[in-house]
Write a protein that binds this ligand. Sequence first.
Ligand code: ADP
Ligand code: MG
Length: 700
Amino acid sequence: MPTAENKDKQLLWQPVEQFPGVGSAMGRALKRLRLEKAVDLLFYFPRRYEDFLEIVPLAQLQEGKLAEVIGTIREIDQHVADSGRHVLYLLVEEAKHYLRVVFFNQPFLVQKFQRGQRVLLRGTPQSRGGRMQMVQPRFQILDPQQPVPTGRILPVYGLTEGLKQRQLRWLLERAVDRLVGLIDEAFPMALRQQLELLDIQSALRQIHFPETREQAEAARRRLAFQELFILQLALATRRHRLQQNPTAPTIVMTPQIRDRIVGRLPFKLTESQTVAIEEIARDMARSVPMNRLLHGDVGSGKTAVAFAAMLNCVAAGYQAVLMAPTEILAQQHTQTMSHWLLNSRVRLESWTGSTSHRHQLAERIAAGQIDIVIGTQAIIQGALKFKNLGLAVIDEQHKFGVNQRALLKRLADRDPHYLVMTATPIPRTISMTVFGDLDVSTLIRPDHLKPLVHTYLGTPENREKWWAFVRKKLHEGRQAYVIAPRVAAEGGETSPGSAVSNAEQLYESLVHGPLEAFRVDLLHGRLSAEEKETALRGFALGKTQVLVATSVVEVGIDVPNATVMTIESAERFGLSQLHQLRGRVGRGHHPGFVCAFSTSDDAADNQRLQAFAEIQDGFQLAEIDLQLRGPGNLFSAEQTGFPPLRIADLTNDQGLLETSRQSATDLIAADPELVLPEHLRLRELMTARYGKYLELSAVG
Ligand code: ADP
Ligand code: MG
């Protein structure tokens, strides 16, 4: 029966354009911000705040001290100085005290000001000729209809075309007023008290219109916690359900099997490889499907760990599959593992986009006549069926996404064990969120596996010297990579003398320039699989001396004789990516040399490149990348398949994240399907946000 309260609640779910005062034009603008329902307005949080807490009367301005003032424009004057500079003067008055305001070189500004307008100015006053003056202050023209916002903190929202800050503030004030009272608390009282969290209604009011900074922070904490907690609930639910689902084969690694497998490797395992193999063996011995992430720096030896897991699976009579993000990498894995399996009875085949005799091969896989299949994503895209798949390994997971596991269901009737590997070391905050439903094994690269790579930051002045160095190394018999961020030129790019940031032009300029005496080839993602294969094979065999490439070489290419790498427009790469690229050299007996060129004068870019030159440890670099660029750049939503976080900040909210994870785990242990009445709201929030990403059906 529709009660008054229910009817009110419908206000929350009405289309945003029907909310009083919105209308169709504003509604369209709001939709561009992904605000569809009235309730979405409440959850459109301010980016930051402007506060008007310390407005200083003009009479009390102090020279050299940053201040905010409010006054009325009395005079406007502009002229062009002898130097050619455009100068705009305002004279601002408050209670018969005056302030001069100066703007340089912004001729368009004059249109914004009118005599009699009230303005808010923020700047550092200087005394000039007995009068206070502010140069280039930040300013805001005050609305004469609105009271002066003294003593208030105002939200600053992200805008879109056709939507002004003033309109959004006005709208949010009304939305908060009418809708906040309709929002139900989702958190049980006990949890809120234990963690000292604000109630939802206060939090929503205070996030938009706080009276103090403390109020804003308390609100942010509550809402960030909620966001992280809902995510952790979804992950905990998923973990729990997987464990209720003992469908995977139990595969025990006996000491004999272990020794036989390890005996096939041409080296002694490192300590962390040994530990990882044990962790995996323990998981696979259970009928709950393994769900494990193996991460470790470039060259930390993940392939050998995967090999051990796969061979163990085969020894128990099951099939194993390994998927890599590129054909090149799949081929390399096939070669490596075939080599390790020489003279064994294990039947290994590769399956990629260019595999011939697919039909026949598919039949043998379905009949269980192949033990190990190595390939690309083509494996899950085709209608391949395994007879008895025991283990699926995904290499370089960050190129795939969280939904991969669901796709694997197509390959077999039972859930296989699942191992994902990535050479992008994953900061803990990320492994707890984006990969939060996985157990984690970490490979540490021991000293004897550390490639020796010298990294330099190039400048236009030492470019010639660097090419001379590259030529010297080539003459010594080594090979070189030259990396560009893009394949082809973008419009209007080729001003002479500027750095070339696309592989095609770079190739042209090198073969007609510094590297004309050498055999140079080009590799990028737009080539056909066959062309890529040819380019790569030529380089691997040493027929080509220099490979000009995009970041397609980033993942896993192994050519030990290649020891020199030039990275053009390096500022366009993320730190982790640069580090991955660097991992391509210094793999053999010779030391590696990397020179990263950049023309950027952006401070953050330079900080990143400096870190790249100074730090060799991938884990440390990943943390720095996270700090500098945020999680979206390390693992974009499209890479991970997760909706982005809206208010929690993985670089600063690590404490909240740990707490939310613990609380969520406890809650799911106590009420796995969230069926208790006090948990119903939580379940709704969880399924609404993550249901489709994590295959959590709405039913308990
Ligand atoms: P990644 O973790 O980047 O995938 P790989 O598995 O390709 O690293 O290993 C990098 C190189 O180190 C390979 O040439 C591999 O044969 C070698 N390697 C791996 N483990 C060891 C080890 N324990 N001792 C010596 N070399 C090893
Ligand atoms: Mg690898």
